[in-house]
Design a protein around this ligand. Structure first.
Ligand code: SF4
Length: 352
């Protein structure tokens, strides 16, 4: 028994050990200059029937695990005791990724699922609704289903299609905005304009989705940092998503952006300069979102040498915690790059 599992999911879905269900393969765009995730992989739709078969496989594995747990008298999330019993029965708990995924999902309560890969909303609406219906009927313990989506893909769907997909059981969209600046979006080959980013985000919010928007500090380097910060703040303010998540630039070897840096056409900011950019971006936000630094890349020092920002998945609640967050940025700005690089090194990141 097995089912397809893709390579990537957001950290917040990892924290919940979300069930991973692959509804499309790889990225339909695959041209962003900073991204290496699916570079050698071809995009493909998966037929709804194939995805539904995977859901049935998941249910069969779930039933096997729960039968063993029941024999042990375990109620609620499965435990290490269940894992030991499965291993004693000779089940391939370690070597079978499908089995491991379902076990981890059940051990976290079996409540959340993430639809892979990079832009699941590209599925045609009727097929997406069909898959979601089967998923919700077959795995009724799910309370939250999420996926990645490109703004442009969401913007192209009608309000009615979005409403129907939402009603069929898709709760949250993770959208890679990266920047709200048109010039920078063109430079990084994001394939979407600021207006489309705003339209996609606003339509998703209006359809009732919880929306997580990701932005990338330092994506514009020293060359475009201010326009990147200001226009990202105004685009996100126009969308007012539920979550705004920071993913600072980490150049990946083999990407066009890495080459730009190597050839001296793009200059990265120092940690302190990145904080100056954050001060402009965060200061410009007029939202009721939660601002999150839920990734190890968000490593700056406070005056005690600890992490400057909380890295939990729920983040800072705006507007109430905006003064606190700006105060934290101010505390970081009072330190030099050496102090911030020390914390970066502690987190396993290289100095900037
Ligand atoms: S849309 Fe996302 S996954 Fe696709 S190339 Fe761009 S950043 Fe990478």
């Amino acid at each position: 028994m097995s089912f397809q599992i893709g390579a990537y999911r957001p950290p917040s879905e990892g924290g919940n050990a979300s069930l991973l269900l692959r509804v499309t393969e790889n990225c339909s765009w695959n041209r962003c200059s900073f991204c290496e995730m699916y570079k050698e992989q071809r995009f493909a739709f998966r037929p709804a029937a194939e995805v539904k078969h995977d859901i049935d496989q998941i249910a069969a594995i779930r039933d096997e695990i729960l039968a063993v747990a029941e024999k042990l008298g375990v109620t609620g999330p499965v435990t290490g005791e269940t894992a030991e019993a499965l291993l004693a029965e000779g089940r391939d708990l370690m070597g079978n990724a499908s089995f491991v995924t379902v076990f981890n999902w059940l051990s976290s309560g079996g409540q959340t699922a993430f639809l892979q890969d990079a832009d699941s909303m590209i599925m045609r609406a009727p097929e997406m609704i069909d898959v979601l219906g089967h998923l919700r009927r077959t795995l009724p313990s799910l309370t939250r289903v999420t996926c990645y989506a490109r703004s442009k893909t969401v913007a192209r769907k009608t309000a009615e299609e979005l409403r129907q997909i939402r009603e069929a059981g898709l709760d949250r969209l993770h959208i890679g905005l990266e920047s709200g600046d048109d010039e920078l979006l063109a430079v990084i080959c994001k394939g979407v304009t600021r207006a489309e980013q705003i339209e996609g985000g606003q339509k998703a919010v209006a359809a009732g989705f919880q929306v997580s928007e990701y932005w990338m500090p330092d994506l514009g380097g020293r060359e475009r940092w201010r326009q990147h910060a200001e226009n990202t703040a105004s685009a996100l303010s126009a969308i007012n998503p539920h979550y705004i998540r920071s993913r600072p630039l980490a150049p990946r070897r083999g990407t066009p952006l890495f080459e730009e840096i190597a050839e001296g056409r793009l200059h990265l900011s120092s940690p302190r300069q990145r904080l100056e950019e954050l001060a402009v971006m965060i200061g410009g936000l007029e939202v009721t979102s939660r601002i999150c630094f839920d990734h190890a890349m968000n490593a700056w020092a406070d005056r005690r040498g600890d992490l400057l920002f909380r890295q939990d998945y729920e983040g800072y609640r705006f507007p109430d915690e905006k003064p606190l967050l700006l105060e934290r940025i101010g505390e970081g700005l009072a330190l030099d790059d050496a102090a911030h690089n020390q914390v970066r090194n502690m987190m396993g990141l290289r100095s900037l």
